[in-house]
Design a protein around this ligand. Structure first.
Ligand code: URA
Length: 253
């Protein structure tokens, strides 16, 4: 069927739909798939020896644990995550967002999940929230080039930046645990509720922030997420107090 749009408009419309999270192409006309199913020749069952184990039969957390624990370096962990195909988010994302900064830094920051800019660039915290994060770190003399390592709980962008689901978080936690074990930071900084959920097993950032906790054998500092601080700039005062607390810990250790 001939398109009613010129090629430029059609391309812009297509890009817009991808931005909205559309992942499947559909036809111009509705298709009655029940009628098609009746006409279709019955598929022969695959010989048992050739049938791959169906995805639903695999326990994503167990598969993730085995893959993560077999990684002996950050490069191997990244490859294991690239190969992990049980998380639905992977299908809608442009690429895996693994980490940024200095892998042997004393401070490891854990965010939530990539947004649009991170999905495009393949690095965590490069959008507006990331720019604020960089300014916050700079205020206590930290930066990605020499003193901070940054990753996210989820390495793939959720469609329309929705909150990650508990099962998505659960199956990516083994990779995060291995990431922390391989990077060996002195302290973890958790940005927002999703990372508190993944690392500490609890939410309630207003109550948790600013107080040292313990997880993965390390001191953990929960803080307001920079995206939240962009929406609620009056909360920057608390974030500044938390940064000072982090700085004091680093100087005291
Ligand atoms: N928010 C996050 O939590 N992580 C990013 O990488 C970007 C925005």
């Amino acid at each position: 069927m001939e398109s009613v749009f010129d090629p430029y408009t059609a391309k812009a419309l297509l890009e817009w739909q991808v931005e909205l999270g559309a992942t499947d192409a559909i036809a111009d006309m509705p298709v009655d798939r029940y009628a098609l199913a009746d006409k279709a020749p019955k598929a022969k069952a695959a010989p048992v020896a050739q049938a791959a184990q169906p995805i639903a039969a695999r326990d994503p957390v167990a598969v993730a644990k085995a893959a993560a624990n077999s990684a002996g370096s950050l490069a191997e962990l990244r490859a294991a995550m690239e190969a992990f195909d049980l998380c639905e988010l992977k299908k809608g994302a442009r690429q895996l967002v693994f980490a940024d900064g200095t892998p042997d830094a004393r401070v490891m920051i854990i965010g939530e999940a990539p947004g649009r800019d991170e999905d495009r660039e393949g690095k965590p915290f490069v959008g507006r929230a990331g720019q604020l994060l960089d300014r916050m770190l700079d205020a206590i003399g930290l930066n990605r080039a020499s003193s901070v390592y940054i990753t996210n709980v989820l390495p793939w962008r959720p469609p329309q930046n929705r909150d990650p689901k508990p099962d998505e978080i659960g199956m990516m936690v083994p990779f995060l645990e291995r990431h922390v074990a391989l990077a060996q930071p002195d302290v973890l900084v958790l940005m927002g509720n999703i990372s508190c959920q993944a690392v500490l097993g609890k939410r309630g950032i207003t109550r948790l922030r600013g107080k040292w906790d313990q997880a993965m054998t390390l001191p953990v500092m929960p803080m307001f997420h920079p995206a939240y601080l962009l929406r609620q700039p009056q909360m920057k005062r608390q974030a500044w107090a938390d940064l000072l607390e982090l700085n004091a810990k680093l100087e005291g250790q």
